[in-house]
Design a protein around this ligand. Sequence first.
Ligand code: ATP
Ligand code: MG
Length: 316
Amino acid sequence: MKKLVSAGEILVEIMAERIGQSFLESGPLLGPYPSGAPAIFIGQAAALGQPAGLIGAVGEDDFGQLNIERLRTLGADVSAIAVHTGHATGTAFVTYRADGSRHFVFNIRNSAAGLVGIDAAAQSMLAGTDHVHVMGSSLFSDRATEVALSAISTVKAKGGTVSFDPNIRREIMQASGMREALDQVLKQTDVFLPSGNELFLFSSAGDEKGAVDDLLQRGVSCIVLKKGADGAAYHDRHGTVALPGFAVDEVDPTGAGDCFGAAFVSFWLRDAAPVEALRIANACGALAVTRKGPMEGIFPLAEVEAFATTAGKGQP
Ligand code: ATP
Ligand code: MG
């Protein structure tokens, strides 16, 4: 089976308990929950049985330990997670507004997460890696961008593949070379997984079809558009497959895109038909939103399959 690696921010998330709660005043909080987009992605891929590892850094503290233990329990390779003294593990505080949008307070760049690098353990992990997944949010500093680009070139040099989820988080993505970095990753991308308007950050075409055609022409092998509760659509040069989302009660949307992406990429690496990869990815995304906390809705393959079969009855 092909091995999948991602590199970037490892965090804990701490969540306001009430919708509309402001961080300008004291209020009840939930968490800490293990988090960080690449960590969620790798945790979900591992839970589906894909060999998967994470390159990242945590502090020598409870939050770091919480993350490493969760990833290990899910079956991920944690050998390239460096534990630093002198820096605390990264944090993300999130509160949901009444309109469904989210407000984040991140501490990433100046936390242990900012110390991500390619050390000997990461090098040895990359030597056995077939596929790199990049989260746009992981390009949060020049140093983190170098790690992502270097992982891509190591793996591409031996015939491997790349997937890319822009995962735009304006609060953290302020590195000076961010725009160039996003474009450089896209140029080397095989599987592109944008959500919402992210597609239009990479193409000047005026509509979805135009942007998809443009990107396919520029060398992306396939594009998977994530559409929240509406499901997802897959595009390659042979055509399009669209599937509706599974009906669930959403309690926390954070992490859905990462779980969806992990499932799609894991099945793509197994040469599954696009419709099957999309079906499992939709199931993982739907399950992800049924639990508070970005990694609490990660389930193993058997449970995902069972959910997709039961919840999918009556769907096209
Ligand atoms: P994230 O907040 O993790 O960055 P995203 O914006 O990248 O998310 P979404 O489109 O919100 O991605 O969600 C990814 C996938 O998860 C969707 O394509 C869908 O399959 C599933 N999903 C998300 N929300 C729901 C929902 N409310 N009901 C059912 N499925 C959902
Ligand atoms: Mg996302």
